[in-house]
Structure formats: structure tokens, C-alpha cells
Design a protein. Structure first.
Length: 88
């Protein structure tokens, strides 16, 4: 077992290894649209899938859930900025 700091570092480093490998090979072949699609897919899965699973699992143990408006605004802004940047 590792501590939370080392666990977070390992997750951030190795959690996106597949996206990095796809990006490197796609860029070598000049497949910019594949890279953009991979990034959008990663962003959507991280924001939407994780949020949905949080709702589902939290609903099993809590009748009513409360969420921070600041966090929701931050995640929404990051999603919009990322998608707009990739549309360029």
C-alpha cells in the first residue's frame, strides 16, 4: 500500500498512459483528428462517467445529496474551454 500522495501521483502519471501512447503514434502519422477525438473522449469520460458513478453510488447510501456550486461551475468551465480549444 502507498499513501494518498504517492497514490495520486501514480494515478496521474499512469492513468493517462493509453492516451499518451495513442497521441504519440497518431501525431507521428499526422492524424490530428484522432488526437483531438482521443482528448475529447478522455475529458468526457473523466467528467461525465465519474460524475454519474458518483451520483449512482452516493444514491445508494444517502437519500439526499448535496454538491458544491463552485465545483460544478469549475468542472463545467473546464469542459467548455477544453471542447472549444479542440474545435479550433
Amino acid at each position: 500500500q502507498v499513501g494518498p500522495a504517492l497514490g495520486g501521483l501514480l494515478n496521474a502519471t499512469l492513468g493517462n498512459a493509453v492516451e499518451m501512447i495513442i497521441t504519440v503514434f497518431a501525431l507521428q502519422e499526422g492524424l490530428i483528428e484522432v488526437v483531438k477525438g482521443s482528448l475529447v473522449g478522455s475529458i468526457l469520460s473523466n467528467l461525465l462517467f465519474v460524475l454519474g458513478m458518483s451520483f449512482l453510488v452516493g444514491g445508494f447510501s444517502h437519500k439526499e445529496q448535496k454538491f458544491s456550486q463552485t465545483e460544478v461551475s469549475t468542472q463545467t468551465s473546464l469542459l467548455l474551454i477544453s471542447v472549444m480549444a479542440l474545435m479550433l
